[in-house]
Ligand binder design. Sequence first.
Ligand code: SAH
Length: 303
Amino acid sequence: MSGSAASGWRVRLPATRAEAEAIPFADDAFPDREPPPTLLTDESDPSRPDDWTLDAYFAEEPGTDDIARLYALVPAAAPGSAIVEPVADTDWVTLSQSGFPPVRAGRFVVHTAAHADAVRASDIGIAIEAGLAFGTGQHFTTHGCLAALDGLARTHQFARAADLGTGTGVLAIAIARRWPRATVVGSDIDPVATWVARANLAANGVRSGRGRGAIDLVTAAGVAHPRLRGPFDLVTANILAGPLVAMAGPVAATLAPGGILVLAGLLTSQARRVAAAYTARGFKLVDLLAHGEWPTLVLRRGP
Ligand code: SAH
């Protein structure tokens, strides 16, 4: 490996906190880029809470189109503020292999292979590589869902669960580990996600397929798959407000009476509208975990 050769490029732009929190998935922001860049946001300086940084890592030198798209994500950035530079092999490898610090939510600890030592004896460790699919536990929404599952574990037993929009499979794995006798279906609209999730199941020693303790991965939009017919006693869906409202009817129908639905991917300003789509279908909002601008809703289907 040549230490000095650039193996990637980084574009750094200033962002406000609100912009950083609203950055879309890289696949959506760069639909024509294969692979899309890795987008990371960070607080530049904790003493200035509104000053964030957006870093976009590209495998190849970004073009003017790519940079224009990044500016569109952070409209408050002054023209000319983008810093484009090649990043050396070492930086790139560090970023992809150990860049993400472990994230804790109750007993769950989501970590990369490089941080396996963060898992204590009483923890439930979930190994996820920072890769193509969304869901490293870094995002507030993933964290909120894990915290909701951790809370539910104290009071509930589940036998049949589904995780819609499974991404890396992180929530499906959390469910399988916490309720090991349950059957779990993990689905995603994106075949790359189900492929990545399958690799993550293997990394966590969870069986892929049907049956108790295993996760059945399917590629499907919403609940449009025979394996997603239900009835489930637990459904998680960390997607986005728009699809969660649009799919409310079919998603609601997959829950058994008394079943629990955990929803995330919505902003605080969208919580009322998303909750209303489900309360109109016989659900009760039983918990709302506030986490930054990204709340997690816990709803229970009526009898
Ligand atoms: N569950 C993971 C990933 C959430 S990201 C976590 O909590 O971290 C949202 C995922 O939903 C993405 O992988 C995306 O491909 C998927 N998705 C988006 N719209 C969808 C839809 N209509 N049906 C199923 N999956 C969808």
